[in-house]
Design a binder for this molecule. Structure first.
Ligand code: PMV
Length: 348
């Protein structure tokens, strides 16, 4: 750790900040392992993602978080986008901070403030960047000397996908079989696999059922066991394809894995339909664009918006093509991000 990463105001006041990026899953995490306490967010399969960096200045697809531990605070407070968090949202914050506070042997209360530069809970990965930023800021503030892999296990306690957002580029989350072993590692850096994404925004509103709740019903689908088995194989295959810079293989596997997850969602009890009619239209369009010679592939997280994966040199042409479509409200251009990191810029 570097001295500038934390501000020690006096012995009992420690403030730190972090900036973390969201990510798009190429092999999806959907459903927690039934063999472990659900609060640990240990998944039933390995997953793989690209950490996202928005190419437009006002939308980098990142969360900026500041946390301050001080004996001057009488209670823990967390503020997201100006709103004080309560209930389940606050519980998830505490699931990350409490074990870290215990590890550091500190019992001061904290104030946390967090801001996203993109829509929250709209299927764009705000919980991934949010809990990754929280874990980095808290570990730094508390002066804990953890590796990035260890930090990823604490990010996981807030949101599974946050495990992968600690690292940049392309990331592999080993499901593991305990808190310590369910962690993320980098497959390769942002410049080592040539892939960008154009996100076609169909709808920006918040989703009816958050993924946090959705994970609970995955096992009720009769197709979930098959999805888990296939995902394990695909996670290994896609890792190799990423290292081989093989976009065709990565794209084909990512599309297939996305369809498996949405099939499980739609056949769970209660069923979850994250797609809108426009989502299906976009899937067909991506297939058509590909047939016409511009190589691109779709993947969709827990929301209606479609990530269109392509070679970096095709990004602007793909954007132009997608923006002509009636179903597309706007597009966000994405390239692989660097690692999420601590920053000296504090929000308060
Ligand atoms: O981390 P959560 O609980 O928000 O779940 C993420 C679920 C998906 O985005 C649909 C898939 C994934 O692996 O990121």
């Amino acid at each position: 750790m570097y001295a500038w990463e934390k501000t020690v105001v006096d012995e009992i006041t420690v403030k730190s900040s972090a900036i973390a990026h969201s990510n798009i899953a190429l092999i999806k995490y959907w459903g927690r392992s039934l063999d472990h306490n659900a609060n640990l967010n240990i998944p039933s399969n390995d997953s793989v993602s690209m950490t996202k960096h928005g190419l437009t200045l006002d939308m980098r697809l990142q969360t900026h978080t500041t946390i301050d531990f001080s004996d001057a605070y009488e209670e823990d407070t967390a503020i997201l986008e100006g709103e004080v968090l309560i209930g389940r949202e606050m519980e998830r914050i505490l699931r990350v901070v409490d074990p870290l506070r215990k590890y550091a042997n500190i019992d001061s209360k904290f104030k946390m403030m967090s801001e996203n530069d993109f829509p929250t809970q709209a299927g764009l990965g705000s919980s991934a960047s949010g809990f990754a930023a929280l874990a980095i800021a808290a570990v730094t503030a508390l002066g804990i000397d953890f590796s990035k892999e260890e930090i990823s296990t604490y990010a996981r306690l807030g949101s599974g996908s946050a495990t992968r957002s600690i690292r940049g580029g392309f990331v592999y989350w080993n499901k593991g079989n305990s808190h310590e072993t369910s962690s993320a590692e980098q497959i390769c850096g942002p410049d080592e696999f040539n892939m960008n994404s154009v996100i076609a925004i169909i709808h920006e509103g918040t989703k009816d059922v958050t993924s946090d709740v959705g994970h609970e019903s995955a096992y009720t689908s009769p197709f979930n066991e098959a999805r888990i088995r296939k995902s394990q194989e695909q996670a290994r295959e896609i890792r190799k394809a990423i290292l081989d810079d093989d976009l065709s293989k990565v794209g084909r596997i990512a599309e297939e894995n996305c369809r498996y997850m949405h099939a499980v969602m739609m056949t769970s009890n209660p069923p979850l339909f994250y797609w809108r009619p426009e989502t299906l239209r976009l899937i067909k369009s991506v297939q058509r664009i590909r047939e016409n010679g511009l190589e691109c592939y779709f993947t969709i997280d827990a929301g209606p918006n479609v990530h269109c994966l392509c070679r970096p040199e095709d990004t602007y042409e793909l954007q132009k093509t997608l923006e002509k479509m009636e179903s597309v409200n706007k597009t966000i251009l994405v390239e692989p991000a660097d690692d999420s990191h601590a920053t000296r810029e504090h929000l308060f």
